[in-house]
Each structure stands twice: as structure tokens, then as C-alpha cells.
Design a protein around this ligand. Structure first.
Ligand SMILES: [Zn+2]
Ligand SMILES: [Zn+2]
Length: 273
């Protein structure tokens, strides 16, 4: 099958997750065939960040981020932060994250999550890198900490956005983008339009990034199975359907937004110089 024109960027993929160990080459091939020209491999602790960098070194269309998931904030020891700082200096590291707050599962105590979050924001500021924010049921604290740490100077994205229209506008006013994932494709409950669909319809298209968060959150029609970067096209398709624009246009606009936020990302298909 001929490769599709590289049009889409999966801005949040955990290809460093053990569930991709067995068949990663096939996963990468399917992504290229689907027109996914670049993939951001997101770290969630020091070992997975190291793995993301290893993958980015092996494949020119993969980039890495270094992060510490709020679930692991209780492990934010000095050694972990030093190792993240060293990896963040690598030329294929394009962002710090994921980092943030998760009050839904609260696998680390909230005060430790906040402390680790602040330290990663400061790391990103020191290095001039944008942030990838994980926020679950912590809207007010997440935005407040970003404001207190002056994160608007580096920018970032609220990945896997799940807030309402009002919070989306506050995030955009702060200068951050919204990452949209598989749940946008799930049929609304009781036939009413989901709040996420309202967000996607009402904010500027330039404010959106597309992502899979694979191996989790597979979009329709793959829901319930392992997710992978090729399926980010389904997210773009649903955004296009909601807004009445062709899927390719969603790919172009979201890719341009990704390159503005992550200046080290080269356009899909362009050779690294
Ligand atoms: Zn996340
Ligand atoms: Zn993630």
C-alpha cells in the first residue's frame, strides 16, 4: 500500500509502554500508511522518558518528552529530577511532561502532586521547553499553579482535555492549547451532545492538537482494543465532522499548531537538516 501524504501528528503517544514492545515496527508502519508523519512519544517517569528518547534517536519522525505522571509524584526524589533534567537537554526532547494533577485516582497525595508539578514547571522554564499537562478533576489547582509559576512564558497543552467550555476558554486565554483524544468519537450518552463536542465546536480550530494517548483510549471503531498512532486520524475525522471541514484540513491546522507549540518538531515528511 502506498504511503499517504504525511498530514497528521500524534502529539501524545506512549510507544514507550510495554504493550508496544512486541510489534512496534508494525505499529510505526501502520501510522505512516495512515498519513501520521510525526509522533511525540511521551514520558511519564524517568525510565519511560529514557525509552522515549531511545525511540526518538532511532526514528527521525519520532520525538520525545520527559515527564513524571502525577500518579508517581510521590517518587519525585532528587535523583529522579536530576535524571529528567539531563534528558530534557537532549535535542530530540521537545517538551516537559506529562506532569500535572490527578485528583480522580489520587495515587499520590495532592500536596506531593503539587510539589512535583511546580518543580517540573520550573524545569521547563529553565530549559525554555513547553509543557504537556495531565489534569483530571483538578481544573482550578492546575491553572492556579501554572499561573503562579508563570508558565504562560513557555506555553503548553492540556492533554486529553475533558473540561467544559468555560474552562476551555480560560485555558486558551492563558495561552495553552487543548489536546483532543479518542473520547470525542464515543457516541454521546442519552443522545445529547457531549460537553467535549461543544468545546471542539466552539474554540478556534488552531487551538486544538490531536493525540491518541495510546495504548489507552482507542477511538471508535477500535474502542476497547489497544490504541495506536494510526488511529489519531479518527480523532481528526470527528473534529472535522463536528466543524464541517475536511479531515485533511484538520490534519494541516493541528499539525501547524503542534509545530508552533513545539518548535523543534519538523513538518511531517521534511528531512531533518
Ligand atoms: Zn495523561
Ligand atoms: Zn499520557
Amino acid at each position: 500500500m502506498p504511503r499517504a501524504t504525511p498530514t497528521y501528528i500524534d502529539t501524545h503517544a506512549h510507544l514507550n509502554h510495554p504493550r508496544f514492545k512486541r510489534d512496534r515496527p508494525a505499529v510505526l508502519r501502520r501510522a505512516s500508511d495512515a498519513g501520521v508523519g510525526a509522533i511525540v512519544v511521551v514520558g511519564y517517569d524517568p525510565p519511560s522518558s529514557r525509552e522515549a528518547l531511545d525511540l526518538a534517536e532511532q526514528h527521525e519522525h519520532l520525538w520525545a518528552t520527559v515527564g513524571l505522571h502525577p500518579h508517581d509524584a510521590k517518587d519525585a526524589a532528587e535523583a529522579a529530577l536530576t535524571s529528567l533534567r539531563n534528558m530534557a537537554a537532549h535535542p530530540k526532547t521537545i517538551a516537559v511532561g506529562e506532569t500535572g494533577l490527578d485528583y480522580y485516582r489520587n495515587l499520590s497525595p495532592p500536596d506531593q502532586q503539587q510539589q512535583a508539578f511546580r518543580r517540573l514547571i520550573r524545569l521547563a522554564r529553565d530549559l525554555g521547553l513547553p509543557l504537556i499537562i495531565h489534569n483530571r478533576e483538578a481544573d482550578e489547582d492546575a491553572l492556579r499553579l501554572l499561573q503562579e509559576e508563570r508558565a504562560e512564558e513557555i506555553g503548553g497543552v492540556f492533554h486529553c482535555f475533558s473540561g467544559d467550555v468555560d474552562f476551555a476558554r480560560r485555558v486558551l486565554d492563558f495561552g495553552f492549547l487543548l489536546g483532543i483524544d479518542g473520547p470525542i468519537t464515543y457516541p454521546p450518552q442519552r443522545g445529547t451532545k457531549s460537553e467535549l463536542a461543544r468545546v471542539v465546536e466552539q474554540v478556534p480550530l488552531e487551538a486544538l492538537l490531536i493525540e491518541t494517548d495510546c495504548p489507552w483510549l482507542a477511538p471508535q471503531p477500535h474502542r476497547g482494543k489497544r490504541n495506536e498512532p494510526a488511529y489519531v486520524v479518527e480523532v481528526a475525522r470527528e473534529i472535522g465532522r463536528l466543524r464541517g471541514v475536511p479531515v485533511e484540513r484538520v490534519g494541516e491546522v493541528t499539525s501547524a499548531a503542534a509545530r508552533r507549540l513545539f518548535p523543534r518538531l519538523k513538518p511531517p515528511g521534511e528531512k531533518r537538516g
